[in-house]
Design a binder for this molecule. Structure first.
Ligand code: SAM
Length: 493
């Protein structure tokens, strides 16, 4: 990071949260002579006598040519009361942020505020703020006051002991003139990089991406990739004469009810797949469930049977009505009673959080997807079609069609598995390192390609996709997937 500095060695350099002084040591070794530093924790002893042991947040707005460091990343709710009180009196915090923002936002913004024209900010921090809603004001401030010249994206590489997060290093220049492009260095490895690998850049793949712009998402995608995303979204635009609606996108949330799966609290106690004998009453309280590990490409590969009861019965009744399940469950009783119960008085034979059970009780086919999917070693998601007999467990999210949706559930499943949706989610979804999240909100935000039912060719494409998926599920023959792909190519030209 010190090597990224382009200013001369006499530049005024600030380390706003210097800790043990890792940056100070390297700055000095590289010959920088005019260094200032803040650190709030005066119990961290070190040899740098210029460190001011006070908070950077309320430090004077002195000008600097370079700000470099590793700011503290703390969620508002985890901040100590004194730090919250200090923020409450901070003009910059109150102007740009609120209690949904992270502590390091103010470190970035105040540092830029203090940079001279052409000044450089070089920080290492987590990547999340680049696409969350609450950090929009920070991103806007940044694009309006300068540009990013370099960004190093480490995905899930293990950079710090005991910290599991996805890190970036960025070099930002405060300037009225913006560079057109950003050099993006994508980390190619999964292990901790060595000093030599970092300095020689051999652990990175370098790509050029367009400069971030005001009012637009920060996409870590090349110009060509951005064009593809734009073309995809263009086909998902709402048709309307209403100017407010025209141009906005149809989304999966408009046509699907979405819910996260049910939480038993102790799966092995509820899994009764191995019970040989069951009474009629027990049978009526056994459901088929799918977990993330059961989900394959379009189809599920395994399943389990779980005991699920909603009736209010007491323990004697449970033992009498469900003798086989009772015998299976009783050995787990102690652990079942220790489950986290979401503040409710749950009996040990009941799920702790049936969550969207009502939604899953609808007698309709549904689509299931793992709540989280690692995409480092695959280029598809696992959206799986299942009949109404199947309910999702906690690591699965489930989609059911809303009444007004005319397209078939097969069309929807095929659509969600299409490579264009995969690509869109890679850049626009909630991606942490190489893990894509599929809870309700990110799924609801996926743009949706509706069928124009007035257009016979589109109707035909829809019908071919529907029957091809049915055939694929029966035969697993790739020729049906190729056909589906061909039809989506047509719908997206
Ligand atoms: C992630 S550590 C980084 C330390 C150092 N820059 C390094 O890389 O080793 C963040 C540091 O910020 C300090 N800190 C937290 N709040 C601060 C504040 N308001 N002003 C100055 N330092 C602060 C913490 O005590 C901690 O030492």
């Amino acid at each position: 990071m010190v090597n990224l500095i382009q200013h001369n060695k006499d530049a005024r350099v600030l380390e706003p949260s210097s800790g043990k002084g890792v940056f100070l040591k390297n700055l000095e070794n590289e010959g920088f002579t005019n260094i200032s530093a803040y650190e709030i924790d005066n119990s961290i002893g070190n040899e740098y006598n210029y460190i001011k042991y006070q908070s950077f947040i309320s430090s004077p707005l002195d000008p600097y040519d370079v700000v470099i460091g590793n700011p503290p990343y703390i969620r508002w709710k985890n901040l100590e009361p004194e730090l919250k009180d200090e923020l409450a009196t901070s003009y910059l915090w109150n102007k740009y942020f609120n209690s949904l923002c992270d502590y390091h936002y103010i470190f970035i913004l105040k540092s830029i505020e203090q940079l001279t024209e052409g000044g450089e900010l070089i920080f290492i921090c987590t990547e999340y703020w680049m696409n969350t809603t609450h950090s929009e004001s920070l991103r806007e401030y940044m694009v309006n006051n300068g540009y990013i010249s370099d960004m190093y994206h480490f995905k899930e590489a293990n950079l710090f002991e005991d910290v599991c997060a996805s890190f970036i290093i960025f070099r930002y220049v405060k300037s009225n003139n913006k560079a057109k492009n950003i050099s993006l260095y994508k980390y190619k490895q999964t292990n901790t990089p060595s000093y030599e690998e970092l300095i020689s850049h051999t652990c990175f793949e370098r790509i050029i991406i367009p400069q971030f712009e005001s009012g637009k998402r920060w996409l870590l995608a090349t110009k060509e990739e951005q064009k593809q995303l734009y073309t995809f979204e263009l086909k998902c635009r709402k048709e309307s004469t209403d100017l407010f609606i025209k141009g906005s996108l149809d989304r999966i949330g408009d046509i699907c009810d979405i819910g996260n799966g049910m939480v038993s609290g102790l799966d092995k106690a509820f899994n009764v797949s191995s019970l040989d004998e069951t009474t009629e009453y027990e049978k009526s309280h056994i459901i088929n469930v799918l977990k993330a590990k059961d989900l394959g490409h379009y189809v599920y590969s395994s399943e389990s049977r779980y005991f699920f009861i909603n009736d209010s019965i007491n323990e004697d009744e449970f033992e009498r009505l469900c003798p086989n399940v009772y015998r299976h469950m009783i050995s787990y009783k102690e652990d079942l009673n220790k489950r986290y119960k979401y503040g409710k008085d749950t009996n040990y034979w009941e799920f702790v959080f049936p969550r969207n059970f009502k939604l899953f009780s609808r007698k309709e086919p549904r689509i299931m997807v793992p709540c989280k999917e690692r995409i480092s070693n695959k280029n598809y998601f696992r959206f799986v079609l299942a009949s109404h007999d199947y309910s999702p467990l906690q690591d699965v999210t489930c989609l059911l069609k809303k009444k007004h949706c005319r397209e078939s559930i097969e069309y929807l499943t095929a659509y969600l598995n299409d490579h264009r949706v995969f690509n869109w989610l890679r850049y626009n979804g909630i991606v942490k390192g190489a893990i894509v999240e599929f809870s309700e909100t990110p799924i609801a935000s996926i743009p949706y390609r509706k069928i124009n039912w007035e257009d016979p060719k589109e109707v035909e494409a829809h019908n071919i996709i529907t029957t091809s998926l049915q055939q694929y599920i029966q035969t697993k023959s790739d020729k049906y997937l190729n056909e589906i792909n061909k039809q989506f190519d047509y719908l997206f030209v």
